[in-house]
Design a protein around this ligand. Structure first.
Ligand code: ACO
Length: 428
């Protein structure tokens, strides 16, 4: 196999090296293209064919439906590891041993306080504010209360920043929910596990003791693992590109949260439930909505279907579907929208339009059903996604800074007006 690719343009040939990844993926390295060709650039809207970096964190093969964090399959991790172990693995590259995991958890607990002044910022938001906007703002506001800029060449400083955000972010998530519910803002309990503590912070009622529900905690833990990283998706690329200007970790994460918010990305889990509720309210006619999804004159899309990278199945969707069935059974919930979801899935998998375009249920098709069963309000679903994605964003930001990547600055092909003389206001 050739280790070079040749581009021919205007009678000139230019050679570019081929880069090979550890799973044999190939890329043409066009780093020198513009310089050697006298100005040629490539254009690739949506970056469908463009690799922005080399990364050792997550591998996915969209054709085969493979997803691995640091070499471990998502199926094994979802079954055998807990979220904090996965966070450590993603960020530092190896599974922690018992002592490392314990020390990591202790360090996180020691940073779990959020400055009381932050409550005033939260207070200023109307209750109707979307939780993703609130979370992004609060994450950004954290910088003001932790103003030390991180020297990324210092392991200790890097570790400190990572532990701080892993500790404080769940408090912000819980406060965002509690504000929405009108509950008093609360802190966690250091005697609890990381995810159990998050659950307690979110749901403990002011006048009741918190009671652990193992099935709920396990389901939540698994959902967070499934969302923990997904290589260079929209929000992760945002985190990396913001961080590439040497903006700090918290600022980069705040931008990532905004990117995740959109319904074509993390916001899809909220959009899925709203779509299923709308279909139910409209009489439950799934065929009508299938027809709408296929009609090119109708902007309606079947939310939770399709993926930029997975073109056969989303391995996370398989795990989540099983988990959704189990959670609903364990909690004794009979949710009519689950039937609508199953109906839509069956029809779409047999429909030529969806088959031809390789549109399969993605991770968000079923995650919303579990979140709903766990009592999480629909508007909070994407916040839960952000909570799960946090370790992935941190790992990607850390990798980008440690690799000393250059500032992200794409080029463009200008299609606007050519130079023209200015026309004074009285002449226009
Ligand atoms: N319903 C109906 N048609 C669809 C859908 C859908 N959900 N998704 C894609 N298509 C069609 C498009 O109309 C297009 O048809 P055409 O070739 O006839 O023009 C074709 O399939 C390809 O679609 P693109 O939008 O070009 O595919 P792309 O890879 O750019 O988009 C995306 C992927 C954004 C996920 C898209 O499938 C979508 O909008 N899905 C619904 C939203 C969703 O579930 N997002 C969550 C993604 S997972 C995540 O972020 C965690």
């Amino acid at each position: 196999m050739s280790d070079k690719a040749t581009l021919e343009y205007n009678g000139q040939k230019y050679e570019f090296p081929i880069i090979k990844g550890s799973e044999d993926e190939l890329a043409v390295n066009i780093k020198t293209l513009r310089g050697v060709s006298g100005g040629l650039i490539t254009i690739d809207p949506g970056y469908k064919n463009t690799g922005s970096c080399e990364s050792a964190i997550t591998f996915l093969d969209g054709e085969k439906g493979v997803l691995r964090y640091r070499g471990y399959s998502i199926e094994e991790l979802a079954e055998k590891a807990d979220f904090l172990e996965v966070a450590y693995l993603l960020i530092f590259g190896e599974l922690p041993n018992k002592e490392q995991l314990e020390a990591f958890h202790v360090d996180i607990k020691n940073e779990s306080h959020v400055d009381e002044e932050m409550k005033k910022i939260l207070d200023a938001f109307p209750k109707s504010a979307h939780p993703m906007g609130v979370l992004s703002s609060l994450t950004s506001a954290l910088i003001a209360f932790n103003p030390v800029s991180v020297n990324v060449t210092s392991n200790a400083e890097m570790y400190g920043a990572i532990v701080r955000i892993l500790a404080k972010f769940p408090v912000l998530v819980a406060w965002t929910l509690r504000k929405k519910k009108g509950f008093p803002l609360d802190y966690g309990d250091d005697s609890l596990g990381y995810v159990e503590n998050i659950h307690k912070m979110m749901f403990k009622k002011p006048s009741q003791e918190y009671k652990k529900n193992k099935q709920v905690i396990d389901a939540l833990d698994q959902l967070l693992i499934l969302h923990a990283d997904h290589e260079q998706n929209c929000s992760t690329s945002t985190v990396r590109i913001v961080g590439s200007s040497h903006a700090g970790l918290f600022a980069s994460l705040s931008a990532g949260i905004s990117a995740l918010w959109g319904p074509l990305h993390g916001g899809a889990n909220q959009a899925v439930i709203e779509m299923l509720e709308a279909i139910e309210a409209d009489g439950g006619d799934t065929k009508k909505y299938m027809a709408k999804a296929k009609d090119k004159n109708d902007p309606f899309r079947l939310m939770g279907f399709g993926h930029r990278v997975y073109k056969n199945f989303d391995p996370r969707a398989k795990i989540i579907k099983k988990a959704a069935d189990k959670v609903l059974e364990d909690l004794g919930i009979d949710d009519p929208i689950l039937e609508i979801a199953k109906g839509l899935e069956k029809e779409a998998l047999e429909d030529q339009y969806f088959v031809d375009r390789k549109l399969y249920p993605n991770v968000d098709f079923y995650s919303g059903i579990i979140y709903r069963a766990l009592g999480i309000p629909t508007e909070m679903f994407t916040v839960m996604f952000a909570l799960g994605r946090l370790p992935g964003w941190i790992a990607q930001w850390r990798e980008m800074r440690l690799n000393n990547e250059p500032i992200g600055r794409p080029r463009q092909i200008y299609t606007g007006a050519n130079q023209r003389p200015f026309v004074n206001l009285d002449k226009r």
